[in-house]
Design a protein around this ligand. Structure first.
Ligand code: TXA
Ligand code: MG
Length: 324
């Protein structure tokens, strides 16, 4: 079983053991502000292989590389001026940039699945302190079995991967709760590859450039890991429910009851006060609770398609996609 260290009470021990474990080529579950990540030395092919093995993740699905500071990022990727501006405004934070990898970068091709670009971000929170101390970039996908819901607490990680990991760092619930927003600058345009924890409207307000939405048909090529069933709970998922059917679990938003909810197995509200940030931070934990209720179907009430609502709806749509 994994050793779990609370970073709030034992930060020094957490840092020391994390660096020792990473140095042995083993993955460590680390808290980022978005979701918990399964981190490994991005320059070590054995360590990277272990990420794919531990998650059961296809190797054509590239990983995000996490850096502690801009200097570390610049060692590995080529910045254009617009991407640089985005880092100044939003790093550390829930924004990932896809940028050309430098020829002399030591990040191993297993991290990028052989692409000539790298997805890179500077996370906030304790994970950044780990990277700073370790001194090398860490590749980290979400710390869950491939195809399952991303973990927003150390308990989620333990329940899913606890017997496959040496070390889990616990910093409490992830504040953002959704994976990072991924964008790629193409000339003077910005393309959204994955909606996430940074509201796209903030990028548009900063740059004055409308962000191009992902073409859903072409998504497989743009961001290879964005498979439709990425966020599958065991239960079926019903979107935009206007009423609840007997035996369903309901996840709603905005505090107003839905017809039929007396007969629901469980009723959860992502944010009774209609706050989309709060809803984002609750989404994955509530999906897991609804799944654990034993209901055959999770019904979602309507969620406004604005701000972080875009990323929340994206994740619910993936959870509702037909299963393989
Ligand atoms: O918030 C997050 O982003 C979390 C935390 C742990 O940082 N990480 C995360 O990683 O969500 P992961 O592996 O679940 O998602 C990585 C996404 C995939 O959809 C992948 O296809 C895309 O990033 N990606 C990685 N490298 C890419 C590249 N070079 N070009 C386009 N997409 C890329
Ligand atoms: Mg993931």
């Amino acid at each position: 079983m994994a050793l779990i260290i609370d970073t709030r009470t034992e930060p020094d021990r957490a840092l020391a053991l994390a660096c020792e474990t990473l140095g042995q080529g083993l993955p460590v579950a680390i808290p980022t502000e978005t979701v918990y990540g399964l981190a490994a030395d991005a320059t070590n092919p054995d360590a990277l292989s272990r990420i794919y093995e531990t998650k059961g993740r296809p190797r054509f699905n590239p990983l995000i590389c996490h850096v502690a500071d801009l200097a570390m990022a610049e060692t590995h990727v080529e910045f254009d001026p617009l991407s640089r501006r985005l880092t100044e405004a939003f790093w550390p934070g829930p924004l990932t940039l896809v940028l050309p990898q430098k020829p002399d970068s030591t990040i191993h091709p297993l991290a990028s699945a052989g692409l000539d670009t790298l997805a890179i971000r500077m996370p906030d929170g304790f994970s950044r302190a780990v990277i700073r101390r370790y001194g090398k970039p860490l590749a980290a996908p979400s710390a869950n079995t491939s195809g399952k819901i991303s973990p927003t607490s150390a308990e989620h990680v333990e329940a899913d991967l606890g017997d496959k990991l040496a070390l889990i760092l616990d910093a409490g619930p992830a504040g953002v709760g959704l994976e990072s927003t991924i964008v790629k600058v193409e000339g003077d345009r910005i393309r959204l590859l994955r909606p996430g924890g940074l509201d796209v409207a903030e990028i548009e307000a900063l740059t004055g450039i409308p962000v191009l939405r992902r073409d859903k048909a072409g998504a497989a090529i743009e961001a290879p890991g964005m498979m439709a069933t990425h966020y599958a709970p065991a239960a079926a998922v019903r979107l935009d429910a206007s009423e609840v059917r007997p035996g369903e679990a309901l996840i709603r938003f905005g505090g107003a009851p839905l017809p039929g909810e007396d007969e629901a197995v469980l009723v959860l509200d992502l944010s009774p006060s209609s706050n989309l940030r709060e809803a984002a931070s609750n989404l994955f934990a509530y999906m897991k609770r609804a799944d654990a209720s034993g209901a055959a179907t999770i019904a979602f009430g309507p969620i406004p398609n604005e701000g972080l609502g875009e990323a929340i709806i994206d994740r619910i749509e993936r959870a509702a996609a037909p299963r393989e």
